[in-house]
Design a protein around this ligand. Structure first.
Ligand code: CP3
Length: 365
């Protein structure tokens, strides 16, 4: 067990799990590395586009367990991925809090912005669980249907990232309204974040109780804040969620994805208590190796390399496997699959990851 020092330190590693991704997340070096891809379900698959047409809308797809199960399973029918990720979307929780949500073709999620504490008074965590019940039902059905080798990942947006959608009313380039509120009125903004911490903890607990074996917190916009604000709005809320989840579900690993956090990644890893770090594509492999001494890492192929395919894809994939292969690794992209991605390239990538044998050891597989 020479490579398992992290497994002994990790709170979730009391007994050795059998699914490869659970072993890697417990700190074990697994040969070959397990692989899944952020946004592995979606528009790059023709069968997904057909399913969404059948559902009538993206929201109907998310809130109808039968269809959401199908969307989750579609990529697994094509590719031997090691994990499934629940099909749902990050802003659904806001609808659960009482902020109406729409999807506009070519734009994405659109919400009526929450801009100050008075708007907050219209929201409540009381009904979120009922609203999100179809998502829990999707998780329950998936857990029953997935083959034994495939792990089920649940997810939520981290409070800072969800707050940007809440305050901007959708996607944003500069996050001006959210930052100005956080800088001007940290107490008021703190109330919003506290509400999101409570709702997100309940949402992830519900997913775990329904059968999710791993959860990932997507903090897609963690990298746009200055240092102090990172501590207040990225690290502290994530640490609070992780602490409660660990007290209730000590064996369920939590992956943190603080995209773009750069020089603050190590502090994030140590201070939040996440079990593993999902790294974006800008993290140099040498830095990723250093981080891997503290935590298993997940990542970090550029999604555009997957669109490119050919030798550029093979080389970039090989570089990640060669660099990070000496420690616990879950192979993934550095951000979600983009709609232009040819499915053949995904097949080639998964095959390459599974064919790779790490130098200098027999591994544990
Ligand atoms: O396969 C999976 O990964 C599971 C499902 C999943 C979706 N979104 C489905 C989706 C997951 C895990 C997400 C996460 C998500 N959603 C994030 C965090 C990760 C990231 O990409 O940074 C964020 C910020 C969102 C919010 C969101 N949802 C945006 C900004 C958009 C519009 C942009 C886009 O890609 O269309 C969505 C829509 C969305 N979420 C689609 C899917 C399949 C496309 C909907 C469609 O038109 O069919």
């Amino acid at each position: 067990m020479a490579d398992s020092s992290l497994a002994q330190a990790a709170p979730g590693a009391a007994k050795t799990p059998s699914k490869t991704i659970l072993r890697a997340l417990a700190g074990e070096r697994v040969d070959p590395a397990p692989v899944w891809l952020m946004r592995q379900a979606g528009r790059y698959l023709p069968e997904y586009r057909a399913l969404r047409d059948r559902a009538g809308s993206f929201k109907a797809l998310c809130y109808t367990p039968e269809l959401a199960v199908e969307a989750t399973l579609q990529p697994l029918r094509r590719f031997p991925l090691d994990a499934a990720i629940l099909f749902a979307d990050l802003p659904l929780i806001l609808e659960g809090l009482g902020q109406p949500l729409d999807y506009v073709e070519g734009v994405g999620p659109v919400l009526e912005p929450i801009r100050d504490p008075r708007d907050l008074a219209r929201l409540s965590t009381d009904r979120a669980g009922d609203h999100l019940a179809p998502v829990f039902e999707t998780v329950r059905r998936l857990r029953a249907e997935l083959p034994p080798r495939t792990a089920l990942i649940g997810f939520a947006g981290a409070p800072w990232t969800v707050a940007t959608y809440m305050v901007e009313g959708g996607s944003s380039r500069d996050f001006a309204m959210t930052k100005r509120w956080a800088f001007r009125d940290p107490d008021g903004f703190g109330k919003l974040v506290a509400m999101l911490v409570q709702a997100t903890t309940a949402y992830l607990s519900g997913q775990i109780e329904a059968g999710a074996e791993v959860v990932q917190l997507f903090d897609s916009w963690a990298g746009v804040l200055p240092e102090d604000a990172v501590r207040s709005w990225v690290i502290a809320p994530t640490a609070a969620i992780v602490a409660t989840l660990k007290s209730r579900h000590p064996h369920v690993p939590v992956i943190g994805f603080p995209r773009g956090l750069g020089l603050m990644l190590e502090e994030y890893a140590m201070a939040t208590g996440v079990d593993a770090l999902a790294l974006d594509s800008t993290v140099p492999l040498r830095a990723a190796r250093d981080l891997q001494r503290h935590r298993p890492v997940q990542g970090n192929l550029d999604p555009q390399a997957l669109v490119t395919g050919g030798p550029a894809l093979t080389r970039a994939t090989e570089a990640i496997l060669a660099s990070l292969g000496s420690g616990p690794l879950v192979f993934n992209l550095g951000h979600g699959i983009v709609p232009d991605t040819p499915p053949d390239h995904v097949a080639a990538l998964v095959e390459q990851v599974h064919a790779f044998r790490r130098p200098g050891g027999v591994g544990h597989g």
